[in-house]
Design a protein around this ligand. Structure first.
Ligand SMILES: Nc1ncnc2c1ncn2[C@@H]1O[C@H](COP(=O)(O)OP(=O)(O)O)[C@@H](O)[C@H]1O
Ligand SMILES: [Mg+2]
Length: 274
């Protein structure tokens, strides 16, 4: 499905991503872990073509997407929607309009200028928000929502593109543990229920272990681990994060595991009641 070969990105003398190769054969949930500066964001940005590769090839369903331009490049960017740590919503715009922005790649300049959206798209946006449990916030300004809710709006905007791949760059790094769990549960559902591939850069080991079928570990731009959560032992993790970095499981934990399921259910219930 997705084949990444020898993918490399240099910034001057610095090689941010160094000959990375991996293959995704069927829809999967993949976590990418590694220290700050390991090249995780640059890798995701190259996949989405926000950053050009210095070398290497990204092939999706047999087609080289590395050199696409113009409309074809935008179509690819729709196929692999991106979610960011800071949500990247338009703060003063209402939630449903933020979600509808997910259709921008295929709309005319004219309809965009006048904020005209087909009614079918508006219904779809509300349905997606409903699925994520935040439909009642549709008319509010994005900035009025909590961080966890804003990240779910960003997920809704991504789903509006009906992407085959969802790329998430540290999607829970700015959230408290409870909201982090809600957002990770949503990403997992998007993978399991829709059959989409999710590739998420994660700053904590326990999240990657808990939610992903496969974990890729990066160090100095290279892939130093590619395996299952079971294969990701403390020893392997020490190699990924660097033995001299004062690695400890605790320092790479969001303590999502300590939250009881009813806690999350309570958040959803409270929100539904608003
Ligand atoms: N636009 C850029 N210009 C110059 N250097 C960059 C740029 N983006 C990233 N880098 C460098 O590339 C390396 C990898 O960065 P990044 O991909 O952000 O790592 P991570 O997401 O794992 O923290 C770092 O050394 C970083 O300073
Ligand atoms: Mg990063």
């Amino acid at each position: 499905m997705l084949t990444v070969s020898n993918l490399t990105r240099r910034f001057g003398k610095n090689t941010a991503v160094d000959a990375v190769s991996f293959e995704v054969e069927r829809p999967a949930m993949i976590g990418i872990i590694g220290r700050s500066g390991a090249g995780k964001s640059t890798l995701l940005r190259m996949l989405n073509r926000l950053t050009d590769a210095s070398e290497g090839v990204i092939a999706f369903e047999g087609r080289d997407v590395t050199a696409l331009r113009g409309a074809e490049k935008r179509a690819w960017q729709s196929d692999c929607a991106m979610i960011f740590q800071q949500f990247n919503l338009v703060p003063r715009m209402d939630v449903v309009s933020n979600v509808l922005h997910g259709t921008l790649n295929r709309r005319s300049t004219m309809s965009t200028m006048f904020n005209l959206y087909p009614e079918a798209d508006i219904h779809r946006a509300i349905d997606i928000l409903d699925r994520l449990g935040i439909a009642e916030h549709a008319p509010k300004r994005a900035e009025a929502l909590s961080g966890g809710q804003q990240q779910r709006v960003a997920i809704a905007r991504a789903l509006m593109q009906d992407p085959k791949i969802v790329l998430a760059d540290e999607p829970i790094a700015s959230l408290d543990p409870m909201n982090a769990q809600v957002v990770m549960d949503d990403l997992r559902r998007i993978h399991e229920e829709d059959g989409r591939t999710v590739i998420a850069n994660l700053h904590t080991l326990d999240t990657a272990r808990r939610y992903c079928d496969r974990v890729i570990g990066m160090l100095h731009g290279r892939v130093v681990f590619d395996g299952t959560p079971e294969q990701l032992t403390t020893g392997v993790a020490r190699d990924i994060y660097g033995a001299d970095a004062g690695f400890s499981e605790a320092s790479t934990s969001t303590s999502i595991e300590t939250i009881e399921r009813p806690g999350v259910a309570a958040i959803r219930q409270a929100e539904a009641a608003l």
